[in-house]
Structures are given as C-alpha cells and as structure tokens.
Design a binder for this molecule. Structure first.
Ligand code: SF4
Length: 507
C-alpha cells in the first residue's frame, strides 16, 4: 500500500508553482508560435511577438511570465487505497506549498489574495489560501494538477443557463465580444457543458488543464461530436476578429477545450472560462517514492525571436508631455515612453478619488497634474532588479475613477491593458486625454524598460501602492486618442470584416 508523505506534497506543490511561474508549457508555445506565423494584423503580430519574447526571457531568467502570478487552483485525485504519513490535512499541505512558493527568495511571486473579500480585502501576503478541489478515485496514488489563474482572465468567466434547444456556439459567440480583451487573448477557452451551474463551471476550469491539441484534431478530422463542436467554436470565435489583446486579428483563441456531464432534461448549463496569455498549469502523480520530478522544458521549443519596436515608433518624453502633443497621437500609433510615470490600480484609485471627492489633500508628494499613470501592481524585485515583472492590469476596472482622475487630479494620459468602456472614452475625449495599452502577458519584457522605482504613497497597499517609475523606451500603443477613437473598436471591426469578406483561413 502506498504511503504519501506530507513533506512530499508540500515540496511538490512549491516546486510546481515556481515552475509554472516562469515556464509556459511547450504545447502552449507551439500554438502561440503558429498564431504568430499566421497573423496578418501588424498590431496583433507585434503583441504576440512580445508575449513569445517575454516567455523565453522568463524561461531563461526564472522570473514570472506575468506580474499577476495568479490565484492557485488545485485539483486532487486521491486514491481510495493510499495511506498518509502526515500531521496536517491535505488542504493544509497544499497551502503550505503555496506559502513557500510565493515567498521563494530567488523568485518571489506576487501575493494577490485578499481575505474578507466583500469588506476589508486585506492581502494575506503569502497568496494563500488556494482553491482546492478533491475527488476520491480508485487506486493508491495521489494525482495533483496545479494552476495559477490570472485575475484578468478569471474575471471574464461566464455562465449561461441555456434552454436545451439553444445553440451553444451562438452563446459562446455572444459572450466573446462582452468579454473584451481583459483576458489577454490569444488564449484557450475552457467550456463546461451540463451538470448543474456549479458543475459546469468546474468542468470549464478543469478542461483548461488539458494539452492544446486542436491542430492535431483538425489534421486528422474530428472523431466525435465534442471534437466537432470544439472546431466549430474555435472557427466562429476566431472569425469575430478580436485578435491578440483585442487589437483585431486572426487568432483570438489557440484552442477550445470542452468537458461535459449529464444534466437535467430541462437544463443546458454552459460555462466559459478563458485562460490567458499567461496560461500556467502542471500535473503530477505522487506514489510514495518522493516529491514530483519536474523536468525543465527544452528551450529550443521557443522561437528565436527578439523584440525591437518598429522603426515607426515615436519617442515620447513623459517629463515634458502636454495635451498639445497628445492631440497629435492616433489610435494604433506605437510609442516609446521615457521619463517619469506614476502607477496606481484599484485600491489606490479608490483612496485618491475618495480624498478628492471629500475635498481633502492628496498625500505629500502625490501630484497627478500633467502626469501619466500606469495601471500596474508589480512583482517585488529580487537581486539587482529595480522592479519585478510589471505588466499592465485591466483598465476597465479604473473606468469609474477616470472622470475624477482626469478632471480633478489633473492626469493627462493612462497606460493599461484591454479596452475602455464607453463612459471612460467619453471622459477621455472631453478632457482631450489619451489611453495607451501595453501588452498583457509580457510583464518581464516590459519591466526591462523600468530603470527606477520608488514608492510615492500608500505603502501599506503593497503591490497596489502608488510608485513613481522612471522608464526608458517603454513600448505602448495608443488605444484611445484624444478624439475618443478606440483601437479596440475599430481593430476587431476591421478584422471581422476582412476575415468574412476575403475568407482568410483561420486555424
Ligand atoms: S496575461 Fe493578462 S489575464 Fe493573464 S495573468 Fe497576466 S495580466 Fe492577467
């Protein structure tokens, strides 16, 4: 009879989380490389290139693929016949593994978990607790799948309680535009069909743990209805033209995964959960012989790309930037930012706007007049780093603060990822400001442009504090110009029409 040791579970979970923080899996890299080669939209191709270059840098440098190192989600299959050599529960072992992984000195990961979620939202500082699912199965082994799910993609999850006669494909295609680009496409769609509402969500999440194999399914032909459905959804979704980072292009999804379960005759639950450009998961078995052995991937799988911003990129000095200069920018323009920019995300915006609305002063030294803000919560630095990986966070979450930040605080431009909502775009137009996007999922690459960093306010917020970054040639794209034109609206519209009209082959 197999005996599973507590220390082996802890060590394996720690190792797995460190591993997936910097290694994309080879199947993901191969699918992303194929998308890069196929892509015809220059903006989307540039974004995919940044994701691939970032991925290789992370694999070589053992630093996180994305500044959001995720909420840990674990699926365990526990053999009915195994024995334990343990003094704590399986959940406690897993959480101890999470604690050690996220505080690993050579590659500290960002702690993103807050407790008391409806009220205090206090960071637990070690990224615990994980979300853990346990299933009892036959046998005497312990099977564990570990994922670190980014908040941006998790936030775009959808559940539809469809009528049995409704079209699943139509439902997915209705949801994709609603999801916007906050899930950092291209990625993988996980779809759960059947069961009950919570079972469908679980199936969707679990389906994302499977290997990317849609190219093989297409090449050999679908062998069952689920495979046919996967191909149909993939083709219909890619024909929407959303593209990498929502910029418009040929590839929005790299694969579609489906798991199903019997359901009630009156029901058709359908859950959609996207996996982003920072898709991170790994799977291992423990049989009592020690911790899991996780072999590093062959780095030759990564394409040998280097990232040089195009010769057409304009240099922008943030220290002298004016609204007059911003008025010359157009949607899709590529810019290289140099100089000082402030940072801030959800918690800091909430505090700043509350102070301004109450007529109170901002903390000493915090002045947004004629400044640019970057929506980011960086990873802590290690070694000689100025800052750890520091990619953009989803801008739509800051939409409701935009009027106050532009009108009262004096901000003139913002940098984030994904689209802006209509109200925020109206405010940007009214104030003749601009919104720029950096590539989500290219956090380590972006961080190389940051040459200086200091906390300016709200140090107690940790990664959500306001920093001042000193950047050199940070690559961004104008996403909303001072006239309110949004590249996230025009790009997908253009590419949807092109795919439809000229029949661009999408695989
Ligand atoms: S790639 Fe995008 S959605 Fe994924 S973890 Fe990073 S920022 Fe979040």
């Amino acid at each position: 009879m197999t005996t599973i040791k507590q220390d082996d579970v802890i060590q394996s979970v720690t190792d797995a989380l460190q591993y997936i923080s910097y290694y994309h899996s080879p199947d993901f890299i191969q699918a992303m490389t194929a998308a890069y080669e196929l892509e015809q939209s220059p903006a989307a191709k540039d974004a995919i290139k940044q994701i691939l270059v970032n991925s290789r840098m992370c694999a070589e440098g053992h630093r996180p693929i994305c500044q959001d190192t995720g909420i840990v989600t674990v699926f365990c299959k526990v053999g009915m016949n195994l024995k334990w050599d343990a003094t704590i529960t399986l959940n406690e072992m897993i959480n101890e593994g999470v604690r050690r992984a996220y505080n690993w000195p050579e590659n500290k990961l960002r702690a993103s978990i807050v407790n008391d979620p409806a009220f205090a939202r206090k960071n637990t500082r070690d990224n615990t607790p994980a979300v853990i699912h346990v299933e009892m199965v036959a046998g005497d082994e312990l099977e564990i799948a570990v994922a670190a799910k980014g908040g941006g993609s998790e936030n775009k999850s959808k559940l539809g309680m469809l009528n049995p006669s409704d079209s699943i494909v139509d439902f997915v295609c209705e949801m994709i535009p609603e999801m916007g680009a906050g899930w950092c496409p291209p990625g993988v769609l996980g779809i759960g069909i059947g069961g009950t509402s919570e079972k469908a969500m679980m199936l969707a999440k679990e389906s994302l743990l499977q290997h990317i194999d849609i190219a093989e399914v297409r090449a050999r032909g679908p062998q069952n209805n689920i495979e046919k459905l996967r191909l149909e959804i993939m083709d219909r979704v890619n024909a929407l033209g959303v593209g990498a980072q929502g910029l418009g292009g040929l590839t929005t999804v790299l694969d579609v995964k489906i798991l199903d379960h019997p359901t009630h005759a009156a029901s058709l639950p359908v859950a959609i959960i996207p996996n982003c450009a920072a898709t991170r998961h790994i799977h291992f078995m423990l049989d009592g012989s020690g911790p899991a052995k996780l072999d590093p991937p062959d780095l030759n799988v990564w394409p040998k790309l280097t990232y040089e911003p195009g010769a057409d990129a304009r240099h922008v000095d943030l220290n002298t930037l004016t609204k007059k200069e911003i008025a010359t920018w157009h949607p899709g323009d590529r810019l290289l930012l140099s100089g000082k920019m402030l940072t801030g995300r959800d918690a800091a915006h909430k505090r700043i706007c509350q102070l301004l609305e109450d007529g109170k002063p901002l903390p000493d030294g915090l002045d947004f007049h004629n400044r640019v803000i970057y929506y980011v919560g960086p990873v802590d630095p290690v070694g000689n780093e100025v800052v750890g990986p520091a990619g953009p966070t989803t801008a739509t979450r800051m939409d409701k603060f935009t009027e106050t930040m532009l009108g009262k605080a004096g901000l003139i431009a913002m940098v984030g990822k994904s689209e802006r909502g209509h109200e925020a775009i109206d405010v940007i137009k009214q104030h003749k400001a601009a919104y720029m996007m950096a590539v989500g999922g290219a956090a380590y690459l972006v961080s190389k442009a940051i040459r200086g960093s200091r906390v300016v306010a709200f140090a107690d917020l940790g990664m959500e504090a306001v920093y001042e970054f000193d950047v050199k040639d940070m690559p961004v794209t104008v996403a909303v110009d001072s006239k309110g034109e949004s590249v996230h609206e025009t790009g997908p519209q253009k590419w949807k029409a092109m795919i439809g009209n000229i029949g661009v082959k999408v695989e």
